[in-house]
Ligand binder design. Structure first.
Ligand code: NBP
Length: 474
């Protein structure tokens, strides 16, 4: 009997997705470039399951029912092209390749054009949720033709995480839409993680909370409607982990240099190209970059001193203010991410439904959070909302809590604690809410040195001034 679904690539994600699909009643065929990996999988986790192994791509393709549905779960970039090139001559019209890796959306655009023009179908599908999500139910962001999506819908709806209003999968849009949305999801994830790191730093370095107290705070925040989320939950958990050898909290023994694989950077690059401001996400990417120059920072710490200050206010009150600052900043970060998806959707004709996007992030993925319900609700109420900051609920929250938010950032400056994502979020809010920014001066300078011209607020037309010959100074 032919298998109904194929998976190529048996690293953590491929293995777990294969088992997830199989557990939903679809017989699976698997293939991995290195045969030993396949052998190990078959002898361990796949044992007794409706999974057949293939040790050549020919054998793999032959084992699948037609039209074939093949999920490629290999390292993003050249490996995806290599696999597609090897598969292509073995496939028949109507067969489908799905790339579930973290591919750059531009690569997905290219691959879709290339494959669809030869009669094959291609889906670029963002998969979020890490190892566990892949096994138990990820959030899936598929992009491609509607017809291609329709043919995988029965499977993806079953393997995705299930939340109160359905499975965490929806048709995102054509071509690279799915990978674009997954990229921004990861950018938002960078923002969330950096904001939590800054809250931790302030509570540890300024308020002097120890790991038990930090656990209590994050565990309590996780019970709130606003901050309840996977990332806050695992943060609380992290503070319970004590290193057996040293007796120290493990988090404090971990080198403070964060890695990154590229999706955060791609989000920033895309935002720059589209002219959309995403300062919180950019700050989060920059923070990882700054963290990575560990040796240089250690040397600099011996040369450059910061302010000395001591905290003598009420700790509990300040913890609550930090919570408010975190929540306001988070709203700004999501406002930026959603604005970016909205702009890309227009520019690339993806026609992404922002409310649905928020809904499918409610379960399975790394940024899953109760808060996404509010975002979905905001777009359901007003699908053409220009910015989340204008949604009544978020607007009121920020207006009510901005004093605390500003106080926290002022405290950070007083103590010399960097809070780039908190600050970038507040700057975003202040820039967005002001009807006049100082770029009138920027325009004057551009016109002065480069004759770039300027518009005026008091009359129509384009103007240029011979600045050095301007009327006498007063
Ligand atoms: P990796 O990204 O570590 O890739 C390893 C897999 O790629 C192995 O199966 C390897 O085969 C295969 N591969 C490589 Br490398 N080069 C190949 C080539 N030229 N031809 C054929 N196969 C090749 O695996 P992963 O962590 O499971 O992630 C898979 C994808 O999912 C990535 O794009 C990743 O960014 C994305 N993703 C990962 C996570 C996560 O939490 N890890 C979450 C969401 C998305 P081999 O065994 O022969 O070397």
């Amino acid at each position: 009997m032919a298998q109904s679904f194929g998976v190529i690539g048996l690293a953590v994600m491929g293995e777990n997705l294969a088992l997830n699909v199989e557990s939903k009643g679809f017989p699976v065929a698997v293939y991995n470039r290195t045969a030993a990996v396949t052998e190990k999988f078959m002898a361990t986790r796949a044992q007794g399951k409706n999974v057949v192994a293939a040790y050549s791509l020919e054998e793999f393709v032959q084992s699948l029912e037609r039209p074939r549905r093949i999920l490629v779960m290999v390292k993003a970039g050249a490996p995806v092209d290599a696999v597609i090139d090897q598969l292509r001559p073995l496939l028949d019209d109507g067969d489908m390749i799905m790339d579930g890796g973290n591919s750059l959306y531009e690569d997905t655009e290219r691959r879709t054009k290339d494959l669809e023009s030869t009669g094959l179908r291609f889906i670029g599908m963002g998969v979020s949720g890490g190892e566990e999500g892949a096994l138990l139910g990820p959030s899936l962001m598929p992009g491609g033709t509607r017809a291609a999506y329709d043919s995988i819908e029965p499977i993806v709806k079953k393997i995705a995480a299930q939340v109160d209003d359905g499975p965490c999968v929806t048709y995102i849009g054509p071509r690279g839409a799915g990978h674009y949305v997954k990229m921004v999801h990861n950018g938002i994830e960078y923002g969330d993680m950096q904001l939590i790191a800054e809250a931790y730093d302030l509570m540890k370095s300024v308020l002097g909370l120890n790991h038990n107290q930090l656990f209590d705070v994050f565990a309590e925040w996780n019970l709130t409607d606003e901050l309840n989320s996977f990332l806050i939950e695992i943060t609380a958990d992290i503070f319970t982990n004590i290193d057996a050898e040293t007796g120290e909290p493990l988090a404090e023994l971990i080198l403070d240099a964060a890695g990154q694989k590229g999706t955060g950077r791609w989000t920033v690059m895309s935002a720059l190209e589209l002219g959309v401001g995403i300062p919180t996400i950019t700050a989060a990417v920059n923070a990882r970059i700054m963290s990575s120059i560990k040796e240089e920072r250690v040397a600099a710490s011996k040369e450059l001193s910061g302010p000395t200050a001591s905290f003598d206010s009420d700790v509990k009150t300040m913890v609550n203010k930090i919570r408010d600052a975190l929540y306001c900043s988070k709203i700004c970060s999501y406002a930026q991410g959603m604005a970016l998806i909205g702009a890309a959707s227009k520019a690339y004709e993806y026609d992404v439904n922002l409310g649905e996007t928020a809904r499918i992030w409610k379960g399975g993925c790394i940024i899953r959070a109760g808060f996404l319900n509010k975002i979905k609700h905001a777009y359901d109420e007003n699908p053409s909302l220009p910015n989340l900051l204008l949604a009544p609920e978020f607007k009121q929250t920020i207006l009510d809590r901005q004093t605390a938010w500003r106080e926290v950032i002022a405290m950070a400056a007083t103590f010399g604690i960097p809070v780039p994502a908190f600050s970038a979020s507040l700057d975003y809010f202040d820039s967005y809410r002001r009807d006049r920014l100082p770029q009138n001066l920027t325009q004057a300078q551009r016109d002065y040195f480069g004759a770039h011209t300027y518009l005026r607020v008091d009359k129509e037309g384009t103007f240029h001034t011979e600045w050095t010959k301007a009327p006498a100074r007063v």
